[in-house]
Write a protein that binds this ligand. Structure first.
Ligand code: ADE
Ligand code: ZN
Length: 335
């Protein structure tokens, strides 16, 4: 199979480890849900909404992303959102997903965490049964809100503990360092939850150190600014801490001016355990396969690098080793 042909990239078994379910809300579904729920939108139609997806930085994007999430109201809405994402995964050769949801975006609007979780979980179960896609869900705290609000969110979610396996930290990074969330992450870990955190997307390398040492995360979401601190890069290599990198997101949000400037393959070649992910694909121009294709085309990714990235996604996942082994064997066949 030719490497220039997207089918090679599509058939590689891949895990998606950095995906905000709310960021997979396509304009078409957004408009359908607005109509179903009687929500007035400040855009005339799908085209006008898509045209507004021009961002200079993370905050520009977050403003429109939180506004869009306002159409999600019922359990069925959360089901439909999650199911649509899983169908995209199936089309792209994604075999395992570890998505985030942002409960506070919805509890602020009076929507109970139980409503959110039941819809998402039912879709994830159908994804396993009907599409063969396994999953683990991550509950993510909004770092622009206070730690006390994160604690209240965790407490509301704990009776539904069987629906999620980890906590995360996302939203506006500047001025909201990981060190402000130590207590809530400690509480989560006491409950047997794993931890991940966005760090080093727009924020400095120091936030990556904090996420590692204070929040004790198993992965760093983004992390591309690690290169500003060579000692940190050495540590990431030594400990094989995965970075869930999101190439299209990083160019849309101007973390890198253009894909040719992206550092993902340099990090890979240095021995950092990087993975490819889509972050908020409805806003950034594509799902998993589009991210692989963009990296291949802009950075001359080789077949071997593509396979290494897919391998990293499997071994960086929370799947048990016996399940990882099945996908790794398939990747060996592709090599
Ligand atoms: N929420 C959704 N996407 C995000 C991103 N790329 N960074 C921080 N918070 C987010
Ligand atoms: Zn993200």
């Amino acid at each position: 199979m030719s490497f220039a042909d997207n089918d090679f990239l599509r058939q590689l078994p891949k895990a998606e480890l950095h995906l905000h379910l709310e960021g997979s809300l396509e304009p078409e579904l957004l408009f359908q849900l607005a109509e179903r729920n009687g929500v007035q939108l400040p855009y005339a139609n799908v085209e006008a909404l898509r045209a507004a997806y021009q961002f200079s930085n993370l905050q520009d994007f977050l403003d429109i992303y939180y506004q869009g999430a306002g159409v999600l109201q019922t359990e069925q809405d959360f089901y439909d959102l999650t199911w649509a994402y899983l169908e995209r995964c199936a089309a792209d050769g994604v075999v395992h997903v570890e998505p985030f949801f942002d409960p506070q975006t919805h509890t602020e609007r009076g929507i109970a965490i139980a409503t959110q979780l039941k819809g998402i979980s039912r879709a994830l179960a159908d994804g396993q049964a009907q599409l063969g896609i396994s999953s683990r869900l991550i509950l993510s705290f909004l770092r622009h809100l206070s730690e006390d609000e994160a604690i209240a969110t965790l407490q509301e979610a704990l009776p539904l503990r069987e629906h999620f396996v980890a906590v995360g930290l996302d939203s506006a990074e500047h001025g909201n360092p990981p060190e402000g969330f130590v207590r809530v992450f400690d509480m989560a870990r006491e409950q047997g939850l794993q931890a991940v955190a966005h760090a080093g997307e727009e924020g400095p390398a120091d936030y990556i150190w904090q996420a590692l040492d204070l929040l004790r995360v198993i992965r760093i979401d983004h992390g591309v600014r690690c290169v500003e601190d060579p000692v940190l890069v050495e540590r990431l290599i030594a400990e094989q801490t995965p970075l869930t990198v999101c190439p299209l997101s990083n160019t849309k949000l101007k973390v890198f001016a253009q894909m040719q400037d992206h550092n993902i393959l340099q990090l890979l070649d240095q021995g950092v355990k990087v993975t490819i992910n889509s972050d908020d694909p409805a806003y950034f121009g594509g799902y998993m396969l589009a991210n692989f294709v963009a990296v291949r085309d802009a950075l001359d990714m080789t077949r071997e690098q593509a396979i290494a990235l897919a391998r990293n996604s499997i071994t960086a996942s929370m799947l048990p080793e016996v399940e990882q082994a099945v996908w790794l064997a398939k990747l060996d066949e592709a090599a």
